[in-house]
Write a protein that binds this ligand. Structure first.
Ligand SMILES: [Zn+2]
Length: 276
């Protein structure tokens, strides 16, 4: 009997993806973006629009100005929300929590010119009520600070747990085990790294991200992707409609979806129905 498994594949039939997420929208982000651009890695920068241009307290530097976000975007990176003024969302009454995330979004959207539907929880703070508020407000995903040290795709994108922080003692060990994983006929893998670029300034250790990027870069089997593009693709995969007999699939989304089925790599073209 043919293998009945049905797995998502990333564009180009890749089965590994790498995404990064850096918080607070600060001047060292520009330097980080330069490094990532050199290696072709993609990052989502999570920004508090209520602090544009404000000085930083822990290290020299300041919060980015709105115009600088376009520099980050020019490298193919994404801008996402982080709360207008970096507040603990779970402690705010619902209207104030909504104001905090929507105000941030509106300011950021006026800069990006496109919907901003991602967020990283300030201080990693969220609860079930916050998730439900974000869902109602049209957010597609939100990152926590809970490291899994695993390579799983998110089951609840509004509580998206990263693989690890860049200061994790096991960072390079995890990166190696990710790259060395060769189980092709299996579920897709995701390496999700997060942090703050000011930490590299504080500890004078930019070599940490340089070494990580160098190890991950230029690999054909990896999809280098922002958080938002990842979720948009995963949602397209999840929207596939498979007939009960498994013989027909309809892709109602606007992007081609790659998958593994009955031992073969297949594509469900955008907006089309095909026989399997
Ligand atoms: Zn933060």
């Amino acid at each position: 009997m043919a293998d009945p498994s049905f797995y998502m594949r990333y564009p180009g039939f890749r089965n590994k993806a790498l995404t990064l997420s850096y918080d607070d929208g600060i001047t060292p982000d520009l330097y980080l973006a330069d490094i990532l651009n050199r290696y072709g890695l993609k990052c989502t920068f999570n920004v508090n629009a209520g602090y544009f241009g404000h000085p930083m307290t822990r290290v020299p530097g300041r919060r980015l100005y709105a115009e600088e976000l376009t520099t980050l975007m020019a490298g193919g990176h994404e801008i996402a929300a982080h709360g207008y003024k970096h507040k603990w969302l779970s402690s705010l009454p619902s209207p104030q929590a909504l104001y905090e995330v929507l105000c941030d979004r509106r300011r950021l959207e006026s800069v990006t010119g496109a919907p901003v539907t991602g967020l990283a929880y300030a201080m990693g703070d969220y609860d079930e009520r916050v998730i439900s508020l974000l869902r109602k407000a049209g957010f597609a995903y939100a990152r926590t600070v809970v490291s899994t040290r695993a390579f799983r795709t998110p089951t609840e994108p509004l509580a998206w747990h990263p693989t690890c922080h860049h200061a994790d003692a096991r960072l390079m060990e995890l990166a190696e085990s990710f790259v060395n994983n060769t189980k092709d006929n299996d579920r897709p893998l995701l390496f999700y790294l997060w942090g703050h670029s000011y930490e590299f300034v504080e500890r004078d250790n930019w070599d940490v991200i340089e070494r990580f990027a160098d190890h991950m870069a230029g690999r054909e089997e990896l999809w280098y992707v922002t958080n938002g593009a990842f979720i948009s693709y995963m949602n397209a995969y999840r929207s596939l409609r498979l007939s009960a007999d498994g013989g027909t699939v309809y892709n109602p989304s606007a992007q081609d979806v790659y998958f593994f089925y009955h031992g073969d790599n297949r594509i469900a073209p955008a907006g089309k129905q095909i026989k399997l």
